[in-house]
Design a protein around this ligand. Structure first.
Ligand SMILES: *[C@@H]1O[C@H](CO)[C@@H](O)[C@H](O)[C@H]1NC(C)=O
Ligand SMILES: *[C@@H]1O[C@H](CO)[C@@H](O)[C@H](O)[C@H]1NC(C)=O
Length: 386
């Protein structure tokens, strides 16, 4: 059939009309641990006391605890906002298909990439959440069955953005706090990368077309690690940042494994967009030049207790005896383990706009044939889903 110029014009107009107004992705699904959790852990502990269920958690943005391990919003919140989506509802909080109209967040504080059996087999008794990455993927499948019939599924998957991580950091944290050696912790990195790769593969087989896989943060710049692994040896520290070299090298090792995994998935699935989000690079930028970003003491926790690093393992943020800094926006670290909203915002900008993701996430909608124009649309009310 020959196409008249008028017909082309009309189809061109249609292409840019209503579909674009709904933004780039229709849904955001997130998986991970406390860096991404927006309330699952909080919801899962019921009435059990936990610092995250109390102020000062949430004080900056929400004015109340929401289950985010920060003073305010976390990276996934800024990603949702950039795509004009409301804050992503924690899976354990929603009930109906309507609750998950814009996606769901499956991340749980304390979660690992490897499941608890893996640790039990290695004589590490897990005392953290059971909702490891494979369990989160099971949750997703249950939700998918509720949200879409078999024939609707392809479209839902194609139009959704998947943020798989950060996850894996806790697999190491749990071993480090049990005084495992660096070699013992290093030995599980390939298994962690495999577990993350397997989860990504499952999502792709379900029809996911755009996935973002973040790496780990530079844990050598994290106040709790700096405090626990304090050393007399000058050569343990980076001369400019003051971060612990061997811990950062470990995080980089994990990240290389993740990048390798992503590269092999890209080969297997050339039509799927799989993006590495370089949380390490984006946050190192802050530690290298903190003043540029308004951070005064980048290696100190805003909420905690005692020098050095204002981070005593027995008196963490929210425990009796801890205190909060006056202005969290001048601190990189919130509670000695997690970042402040101010830092999360910078990292989110680095992956949304580049250069810490390639392509930058706002240019990632190629599978949807729309571009970053969606970003210019008015944002949905961020409070509407809370
Ligand atoms: C879990 O066990 C470790 C090692 O014994 C301990 O340091 C940590 O405080 C425990 N965590 C919880 C939440 O009970
Ligand atoms: C990828 O897309 C191309 C062009 O649309 C298509 O010909 C090819 O079969 C697809 N490959 C896979 C592995 O789906």
């Amino acid at each position: 059939m020959a196409t008249s110029p008028l017909a082309s014009l009309i189809s061109l107009a249609l292409l840019f009309l209503p579909s674009l107004a709904s933004g780039c992705y229709t849904r955001l699904f997130a998986f991970g641990d406390s860096l991404t959790d927006t309330g699952n852990f909080y919801h899962s502990i019921g009435d059990q006391p936990d610092p995250v269920a109390r102020l000062p958690y949430g004080q900056t943005y929400f004015g109340r605890p929401t289950g985010r391990f920060s003073d305010g919003r976390v990276i996934v919140d800024f990603v949702a906002k950039a795509f004009g989506l409301p804050l992503t509802l924690p899976y354990l909080v929603g009930r109906t298909a309507d609750d998950f109209k814009y996606g769901a967040n499956f991340a749980v504080g304390g979660a690992t990439a490897l499941n608890n059996d893996y640790f039990r087999k290695r004589d590490v008794e897990p005392n953290w959440t059971e909702h490891s990455l494979d369990e989160q993927i099971r949750w997703f499948k249950q939700l998918l069955n509720m949200l879409a019939t078999q024939s609707e599924r392809d479209e839902l998957m194609r139009n959704s953005l998947f943020l798989v991580g950060e996850i894996g950091g806790n697999d190491y944290n749990h071993l480090f706090i049990r005084s495992k050696t660096l070699d013992e912790v290093r030995a599980i990195v390939p298994d962690v990368a495999d577990a993350i790769g397997a989860a990504v593969k499952e999502l792709i087989q379900l029809g996911a077309k755009t996935l973002v896989i973040p790496g780990n943060f530079p844990i050598g710049c994290v106040p709790l690690y700096l405090r626990v692994y304090q050393s007399e040896k000058e050569e343990d520290y980076h001369p400019k940042t003051g971060c612990i070299n061997w811990l950062n090298e470990f995080a980089e090792y994990h990240n290389r494994m993740i990048i390798n995994k992503i590269n092999s998935l890209k080969e297997s699935y050339p039509n799927v967009t799989i993006i590495y989000a370089d949380y390490y690079g984006a946050s190192m930028n802050i530690f290298r030049d903190p003043v540029q970003f308004g951070f005064e003491v980048p290696l100190n926790a805003c909420c905690g207790s005692d020098a050095p690093y204002n981070c005593t393992p027995s008196i963490l943020c929210g425990s009796p005896g801890s205190s909060v800094c006056k202005d969290p926006s001048t601190y990189a670290s919130w509670d000695g383990l997690h970042l402040t909203e101010a830092s999360y915002k910078l990292v989110a900008e680095g992956i949304l706009e580049g250069p810490y993701a390639s392509p930058p996430l706002i240019k990632s909608c190629t599978n949807l044939q729309c571009g970053s124009d969606a970003l210019k649309l008015p944002f949905s009310d961020p409070f509407s889903s809370i």
